[in-house]
Design a protein around this ligand. Structure first.
Ligand SMILES: Nc1ncnc2c1ncn2[C@@H]1O[C@H](COP(=O)(O)OP(=O)(O)O)[C@@H](O)[C@H]1O
Ligand SMILES: [Mg+2]
Length: 382
């Protein structure tokens, strides 16, 4: 099948796709290469096909997504790549799409920012039964990450609803605590999460921080935009790539993020969980994306008795060693420690006892977070 990869209304390249697997077989024609996704190399005027495929398949639901096998069966496809073209590859995190060459489709009539979308895929991904005649036109086909999630529309706004994981279902509540921590730290650039309870099961809900004029570019793509030389650490390489692209404010943002993640004991800040926002019309960089996806934290998968603030846990994205990673923080002077004095009360207010989390665990989390604040204070003084 022949399609034009579009960035909103701008044609980027024409490609030949395999009808069954949606693989990009060949780049047939160039249009506006400046509008290519970030991180795709162009040599002698030809975009790298392997990188294009990596980017394209990076849009589909990962095989590791919780509950994906029965969901795909119900959706009537063998693998999630086959869902991509059912929604023209459209997403709610950027404006790329595949337009069949013989179609008259217009972005304004099909994008998910301004048009309704079906709840069918989202419901099926959540294990809910859906009547016959499933409508596959949904941004849930192009959502990343392993936790169960779906996009929903409430009063014409787009929200991402995300589940937690067994046994404590802690991630959604962690996101709410993270939101409070951002407020305490005086952060201006964060995603605000709330909890939605279905029975006793918590889900986190956050509004889309991308709009019809912008795109989220992950740090994975930013890193790929420049060849890494061995003389640079991954931290230096990332900041160099941001500088070369012209993304403002990343160093200060990373300083903040490392401190926030330290307090949260976040173990999952991989390069897909941070990024930058670009205007897709002007290709101007707006700045770092707000801090999002901070739920894999607060000892969410540890037994209560193993919750220990001083634990040398593995960290991401720059170093797996927490002490090494925290040495990257160039300035601690901005941290309002006064505001962090009562985080244990915030924990006790936000983590209500449920069938998944008991009082003993909440007490352990409150103590552990207090321990982290003390450790951070020591770091700031040393
Ligand atoms: N509020 C949001 N607005 C726009 N895109 C988002 C938002 N939250 C997440 N995303 C996109 O969805 C992807 C998956 O969400 P994430 O919260 O990282 O889930 P997971 O915990 O499964 O990794 C992110 O990598 C990002 O591309
Ligand atoms: Mg994520």
């Amino acid at each position: 099948m022949r399609c034009i990869l579009m960035n909103k209304n701008v044609p980027v390249v024409e490609v030949e796709l395999d009808d069954d697997t949606a693989t990009i077989l060949k780049v047939m024609k160039n249009y506006e290469l400046d509008f290519l996704p970030i991180g795709i190399d162009v040599k002698t005027g030809i975009p790298n096909k392997k990188e294009l495929n990596e980017w394209w398949f990076g849009r589909c639901i990962p095989a590791s997504r919780s509950g994906i096998t029965p969901a795909l069966e119900q959706l009537g496809v063998r693998y999630s790549e086959q869902l991509l073209l059912r929604c023209y590859g459209l997403s709610l995190s950027d404006q790329y799409w595949m337009k069949p060459v013989d179609s008259e489709l217009k972005w304004k009539n099909i994008n998910f920012f301004e048009n309704d979308f079906s709840d069918d895929v989202g419901n099926i991904l959540f294990g809910r039964p859906v009547a016959e005649g499933i409508d596959l036109m949904s941004p849930c086909n192009t959502s990343d990450g392993w936790l169960k999630k779906k996009w929903v529309m409430i009063d014409s706004k787009r929200y991402l609803v995300k589940a937690g994981s067994n046994p404590y279902m802690q991630e959604p509540i962690n996101e709410v605590f993270g939101t409070r921590l951002h407020q305490r730290l005086g952060c201006k650039n964060y995603v605000s999460y709330k909890v939605l309870l279905e029975g006793d099961i918590p889900y986190s809900v956050c509004e889309n921080f991308i709009n019809h004029n912008t795109e989220l570019v992950s740090a994975v793509s930013i890193n790929r935009s420049m060849k890494k030389s061995n003389q640079f650490s991954s931290y230096e390489h990332f900041l160099n790539a941001c500088q070369r692209l012209g993304i403002p404010g990343m160093k200060e943002f990373v300083d903040y993020m490392l401190v926030f993640d330290y307090l949260m004991a976040n173990t999952d800040r991989h390069f897909g969980n941070l990024g930058a926002i670009r205007n897709v019309e002007t290709l101007e960089w707006i700045g770092p994306a707000p801090v999002f996806d901070s739920g894999t934290s607060l000892w969410h998968d540890k037994l209560t008795r193993a919750i220990n603030p001083l634990e040398e846990m593995e960290t991401k994205p720059f170093y797996s060693n927490i002490s090494k990673q925290m040495k990257l923080v160039s300035d601690f002077s901005w941290i309002p420690f006064e505001e962090l004095r009562h985080l244990e009360d915030d924990i006790k207010e936000i983590f209500m006892p449920t069938e998944f989390i008991d009082e003993e665990r909440i007490e352990a989390l409150a103590n552990a977070v207090t321990g982290r604040v003390e450790e951070l204070q020591d770091m700031a003084l040393s």
